[in-house]
Design a protein around this ligand. Structure first.
Ligand code: NAD
Length: 502
């Protein structure tokens, strides 16, 4: 019987040693200028300590180290089965450091500790392990050419991959790029968000401990307009794996155009629609599932189901049901083991979310529940889970990504209208259809312009399937074997085969 008391995360947080320095060539180091920035926790506004403010000189050093590692073959030259073993060890190290990584993630960006432990750390390890497992099972091709030749189609690692990620799932987003990029033999320079740099820096140390050669995986923290821009403009970076806002994604394409035409893979924002039809039998279950997906991670999920299109005949009942679910997600201290909603990432995001709630009100939508800042006494950044009714698809809160715990209910009267409303968005990340009519579910799923469509659920998710969006939600696909396409070049090699022996 396990009689150990449950961990006290406050005590552990107080005892944690945090190192915000850059990792290049497997070594911790200060920024070239010696500058740092103060890393504040959204839990209570307190400082977590200084983080190196990486700039162009640091990015140049990291790319130089990554290039040298790539060129001498210390990683790319290893047989796939060897890279597999080392990456599996990396995944094991991540799991072994579960408590520390979970605590860093929660302190840095405010999500509940129970989810950092149960979701973020294991998902990160699983992603690395999945690509490790895959890499010695992916075969190249021989083309069906004429008998006088042999044409081989092979995949080669690209070289140096720049990875730039956001703060909402810092480790998971990084792992979606690191897994396929490292497994394929590339070197990586990772620029985490300035709002959540801590776990990325620890990952780089664990990678070296696992046997990934120094220089293969470097991490330069810093601001987007400084370290991020330097990486995306770098002439010796072959591709950028980017996850973040559509605004910054646009910049990534410009940087590539202004520099070396590096490949740019953008995983961007969303304004995902749920289409709820009256022939779906379990409205209460739907309300519970939709609220669960919307309010998970404080609503800071690119695929959050933030536009709920409901048939007018069931809209009133749905609003009652979803409004009854929302208070179950009342924000609380992220370091308490039972907390289900934590802090939004910082005061800027807090102001943005509250500004959207104000915009919804002033455009005539009705707040059914929530709508205010919460836990002001904590000194942190908390928002009540909020449901708007009477939303029009043209309102700002229906068109723009809020990235906070705000759900909008929009009514429709016909299936065609529902599809048109769902597709009337600059984004196309995910969608979901709720109907017990099989033909309708298929018909509507086919008509929706989104990278993933769920039917009668919202949380389908697995490493085996691609994740990414249509339209301004991006162009790349993370996860699944398809992600290897992003970090490998296809090469054709022609060999002549003489018909006669000499
Ligand atoms: P952001 O675009 O502000 O920042 C993302 C990253 O880009 C950060 O590391 C930031 O420092 C860097 N950056 C910012 N400006 C830059 C610049 N001028 N040059 C180079 N780098 C720059 O986004 P965010 O606020 O950190 O993240 C939220 C966004 O991420 C949301 O739009 C969300 O939908 C999106 N997201 C998408 C997915 C997906 O898979 N499609 C997943 C998670 C998050």
């Amino acid at each position: 019987m396990n009689t150990a008391p449950p961990p006290n995360w406050h005590e552990r947080a107080a005892a944690l040693r945090i190192d915000g320095r850059i990792v290049i060539d497997g070594q911790r180091q200060a920024a070239a200028t010696g500058e740092t920035f103060d890393n504040l926790s959204p839990i209570d506004g307190r400082s977590l300590g200084p983080v190196a403010r990486g700039r162009e000189a640091d990015v140049n050093a990291a790319v130089k180290s990554a290039r040298a590692a790539f060129e001498d073959g210390r990683w790319a030259g290893k047989p796939p089965a060897v890279r597999k073993k080392i990456l599996q060890r990396f995944a094991d190290k991540i799991l072994a450091a579960k408590d520390e990584l979970a605590l860093l993630e929660t302190l840095d960006m405010g999500k509940p500790i129970q989810y950092s432990l149960a979701v973020d750390v294991p998902s990160t390890a699983r992603c690395i392990a999945w690509y490790a497992e895959a890499v010695d099972k992916v075969y190249d091709e021989i083309a069906p050419t004429a008998a006088n030749s042999l044409a081989l189609i092979t995949r080669e690692p690209m070289g140096v991959i720049g990875v730039i990620v956001p703060w909402n799932y810092p480790m998971i987003m990084a792992s979606w790029k690191l897994g396929p990029a490292l497994a394929a033999g590339n070197s990586v320079v990772l620029k985490p968000s300035e709002k959540s740099p801590l776990t990325a820096l620890r990952l780089a140390e664990l990678a070296v401990e696992a046997g990934i050669p120094p220089g293969v995986f470097n991490v330069v923290p810093g601001y987007g307009a400084e370290a991020g821009e330097a990486l995306a403009l770098h002439m010796d970076v072959d591709a950028i794996g980017f996850t973040g806002s559509t605004r910054t994604g646009r910049r990534m394409l410009e940087y590539a155009g202004r520099s070396n035409l590096k490949r740019v893979y953008n995983e961007l924002g969303g304004k995902s629609a749920v289409l709820l039809f009256p022939d779906y039998g379990n409205l209460k279950g739907a309300a519970r599932a939709i609220a669960g997906s919307m309010f998970f991670n404080q609503g800071e999920s690119c695929n959050a189901p933030s536009r709920v299109l409901v048939h007018e005949s069931i809209a009133e009942r749905f609003v009652e049901l979803v409004a009854a679910e929302a208070p179950k997600y009342a924000p609380a201290d992220p370091l308490d083991a039972g907390t289900v909603m934590g802090a939004v990432v910082d005061t800027t995001q807090l102001t943005t979310v509250l500004g959207y709630i104000e915009a919804g009100r002033s455009e005539g939508a009705r707040v059914v529940t929530g709508g205010r800042q919460a836990r002001l006494e904590s000194g942190g950044c908390y928002v009540e889970p909020t449901v708007f009714d009477g939303v029009d698809n043209e309102m700002k809160i229906a068109r723009e990504e809020i990235f906070g715990p705000v759900l909008s209910v929009i009514r429709f009267s016909t299936e065609a209208e529902a599809v048109a409303l769902a597709n009337s968005s600059a984004y196309g990340l995910q969608a979901s259809v709720w109907s017990d009519n099989l033909s309708r579910a298929h018909r509507v799923a086919r008509a929706l312009r989104a990278g993933t469509v769920h039917v009668n659920q919202y949380d389908g998710d697995d490493m085996t399937v691609p994740f990414g969006g249509f339209k301004q939600s991006g162009n790349g696909r993370d996860k699944s074997l398809h992600a290897f396409d992003k970090y490998t070049e296809l090469k054709t090699t022609w060999l002549r085969i003489d018909a006669e022996a000499p």
